[in-house]
Ligand binder design. Structure first.
Ligand SMILES: C[S@@+](CC[C@H](N)C(=O)[O-])C[C@H]1O[C@@H](n2cnc3c(N)ncnc32)[C@H](O)[C@@H]1O
Length: 263
């Protein structure tokens, strides 16, 4: 159990809550959450219908991303893609179409039900170039320098150690590799009452970093941030909407490139 004071986030409780929430998203996607899920959300965020039609429907039912970014990723045939927090696999399956059989996608997630669902759907659809591994985004189980593109949708805000996630992303990528993601950030620093509330973290609000701090963390990990754009994303529950309005909670999509020439 992680040490806890009155004003500290209990990271053990956070992990338990995040796993519980996203087990529900995998197994009962039509339930009400603080956030929207599913195909309607994906289309609203800009996912092309034709691309969604090419991947398993059940994956899209459990989609819980916060923005579209695959146009920024510009994945080409033969590339190796790592999806941090792959959930039920929507972005992984779309990326697997883009890499074709000469490339492939590794999805990493810590929630068993999400991994099981994505794996079952890949097997059922005969998708052989997407595999799903249990692991943490702070230390993804891949060979250093082996990845061309990292994608991640609505996940890094959930991590209590975001600098570690971005350092691990830089280590996994080859030099010049791309980090392309959508995530929740805030205009103003969140107060401790929000950041110490594991339930608001699990809802993708409590862990959101201030936007400039978020971009600085990426830069410090060894990336040049090339493109940042705002997404039309909104939360659902009254509590989440209240925090969103008060602290300027927004979603952004971005493309960053790993600096350097060596491993
Ligand atoms: C908001 S959902 C997004 C899932 C997927 N990217 C999508 O767009 O549908 C967040 C996912 O990240 C996973 N996750 C959160 N924190 C994680 C961590 N530290 N390591 C691994 N997976 C994590 C959760 O289990 C969940 O499946």
């Amino acid at each position: 159990m992680t040490t806890q004071t009155a004003r500290q986030l209990d990271t053990t409780e956070l992990e338990t809550r995040v796993k519980a929430m996203y087990t529900e998203v995998a197994l009962a996607p039509n339930r009400e959450f603080h956030f929207e899920t599913g195909r309607r959300l994906a289309e609203h965020l800009g996912y092309p219908k034709a691309e969604l039609n090419a991947i398993p429907t059940e994956a899209i039912e459990s989609f819980a991303g916060v923005g579209y970014f695959l146009d920024l990723a510009a994945i080409t045939p033969g590339e190796t893609v790592l999806d941090l927090g792959s959930g039920s696999g929507t972005d992984s399956f779309l990326a697997a179409v883009a890499t074709g059989p000469a490339g492939g996608v590794i999805g990493v997630d810590m929630t068993t039900a999400q991994l099981a669902k994505a794996t079952r759907l890949a097997d059922a659809a005969g998708i052989r170039n997407a595999s799903f591994l249990e692991g943490y985004i702070e230390r993804p189980p891949v060979t250093p320098g082996s990845v061309d593109v990292i994608i991640s949708n609505g996940v890094i805000n959930l991590s209590a150690d975001k600098p570690a996630v971005f350092r691990a992303a830089a280590a996994a990528l080859r030099p010049g590799g791309r980090l392309v993601l959508a995530d929740i950030v805030t205009a103003r620093q969140l107060p401790e009452g929000v950041t110490c509330d594991a339930s608001l973290w699990a809802a993708c609000i409590g862990g959101a970093a201030q936007r400039d701090d978020y971009l600085t963390m990426i830069s410090h990990a060894g990336f040049d941030v090339e493109t940042v754009r705002e997404n039309d994303y909104g939360f659902v529950s009254d509590r989440a909407v209240g925090a969103t309005t008060t602290y300027g909670v927004t979603s952004l999509s971005l493309l960053a490139r790993r600096r350097g020439t060596g491993p």
